[in-house]
Write a protein that binds this ligand. Structure first.
Ligand code: SF4
Length: 468
């Protein structure tokens, strides 16, 4: 669960959080080799998709902050601009926050637009020169959802532990549910206990849910234009005001009470689901604090559907929120193992499609659906995202990304409802079959549609981004 849901900073898990983590790992590697204090200079090379859409996704910013020893979970998002400006203007940075080295942003950080490394399109190479003239290079790949692998190491990012219920495919999950009689979330919880105690799982999960709630609340109360040069106007705050009128509230809980007072009219609910998703992704696009679910670009779907469940389906009990998160995480994990959650590998079906499938299964279980119905809901949600391309305008996670989260959330709710009204025995497509189809589609998809901004909306709606 905590690999799929990670607290970080927008706008992209693969292009912001991943490179940030890569820079931190590079520092750790220097530290372990007792070389950190001996560094004379560092150069950074960005390849493939990290070069092509890196500026719009804040890859450069993430690398600078990572090299400076900052952490994406705790770093104050209000200090990003000042910190980065300080590095650029002083032409120096404090490696790990301690060792000052010269760093010329223009020359020491290169976007290699025409070069791609074979292992993965999101690659970053760190070159370090030491005082004694020795040089080293380390390459890291940001493989989606904030996961990072170092050149030569296995792609498995998890700690190797013996799980009571090993799961690689949806069929494995179903097998364990059928043989034990447990729900999906119960099976997943048993597996989580292989890593930590139940009380810790709950505490960490509710911390994640609180970050999601804060993100929705902040996003629905912040106006303005999103950064990046596309001049996209934030809409969540305006919609929030339209829906609530002049009602007064002072915090998240009183806000939710006001929303509940509005009733359960279809259009009212539809507007709110969109509003929740818009809020998260506007925060994400503004370098705000978000939770990968399973990625930053798709971070709005899970909070929007969970908040829909909490507000409009009386799902406010802690147990059912936990149930939702556990189920959603397992579906995301199965997609990651059987296909990809990286847009640079599979297009937007790997981000919004996966998040929608996660939310659909989770909602279905929480609304009383059987295990088979929950898996069916995930299958339906993905089936109708197959082939979805990634072509963000200007390399910014704004258009189509922000609205796309509203679509993913609504499709998840529809998929859940369809599954709840269906008999899974008659379903023609299994979740494993759709995951395989998604992966095959990813392999066949023209690379222009995999987070490069070289096709689709990105070429039909061009913008000029300033070099700074
Ligand atoms: S188009 Fe989809 S996959 Fe691509 S950046 Fe936007 S949300 Fe992510």
């Amino acid at each position: 669960m905590f690999d799929i849901f990670k607290i970080g900073i927008g706008p992209s898990s693969s292009h912001t959080l991943g490179p940030w983590r890569a820079a931190q790992r590079f520092l750790n590697s220097l530290q372990e080799g007792q070389k950190l204090a001996k560094v004379k200079s560092v150069q950074v090379l960005l390849y493939g998709s990290l070069a092509k859409t890196g500026k719009g996704h804040g890859t450069d910013i993430a690398i600078l902050l990572g090299l400076s020893g900052e952490d994406p979970v705790s770093f104050d998002v209000n200090k990003i601009d000042a910190t980065v400006e300080g590095i650029k203007s002083s032409q120096s940075l404090r490696l790990a926050g301690i060792y000052e080295i010269p760093f010329d942003y223009e020359n020491d950080l290169s976007f290699l637009f025409a070069e791609t490394l074979p292992f993965h399109p999101n690659a970053v190479c760190f070159l370090a020169e030491f005082m004694d003239g020795e040089k080293i290079a380390e390459t890291y790949y940001s493989i989606g959802g904030g996961f990072v692998v170092k050149e030569g190491e296995e792609t498995s990012t998890g700690e190797k532990v013996q799980l009571p219920f090993p799961i690689d495919h949806a069929n494995d999950l179903l097998h364990w549910c059928m043989t034990t009689g447990m729900s999906i979330s119960e099976v997943v919880m048993e597996n989580e206990l292989a890593w930590c105690k139940e009380a810790d799982v709950k505490e960490r999960m509710f911390h994640i849910w609180n970050v999601m709630k804060e993100c929705m609340y902040k996003g629905t109360h912040t106006r303005g234009i999103l950064p990046g040069g596309l001049n996209v106007k934030r809409r969540a705050a305006e919609l929030n005001l339209k829906l609530l009128g002049k009602q007064e509230y002072s915090n998240y809980d009183s806000w939710i009470s006001c929303i509940r007072k509005g009733g359960k009219d279809f259009k009212y609910i539809l507007d709110w689901v969109s509003c929740f998703a818009l809020a998260v992704n506007e925060e994400n696009a503004s370098f705000g604090r978000v939770v990968t679910a399973p990625t930053n670009g798709a971070a709005g779907v899970i909070p929007a559907v969970l908040q829909y469940f909490v507000v409009f389906c009386d799902g406010h009990k802690e147990d059912t929120i936990l149930q939702f998160m556990l189920t959603a995480a397992e579906i995301g994990s199965i997609f990651k193992k059987g296909a990809t959650i990286s847009a640079a590998m599979g297009g937007c079906q790997a981000e919004i499609g996966v998040s929608s499938a996660m939310a659909a299964a989770a909602l279905t279980e929480c609304l009383g659906g059987t295990q088979r119905q929950a898996l069916m809901a995930a299958e339906i949600a993905m089936e109708h995202h197959l082939g979805l391309t990634c072509d963000p305008i200007g390399g910014l996670v704004q258009v189509p990304c922000i609205e796309r989260n509203t679509m993913g959330a609504i499709k998840a709710i529809t998929a859940s409802q369809l599954a709840l009204q269906s008999t899974p025995d008659f379903a023609k497509v299994s979740l494993d079959a759709v995951i395989k189809t998604m992966w095959d589609t990813a392999l066949d998809m023209n690379s222009k549609y995999k987070e490069t901004s070289e096709a689709g909306l990105a070429v039909h709606i061009p913008i000029s981004l300033s070099e700074c």
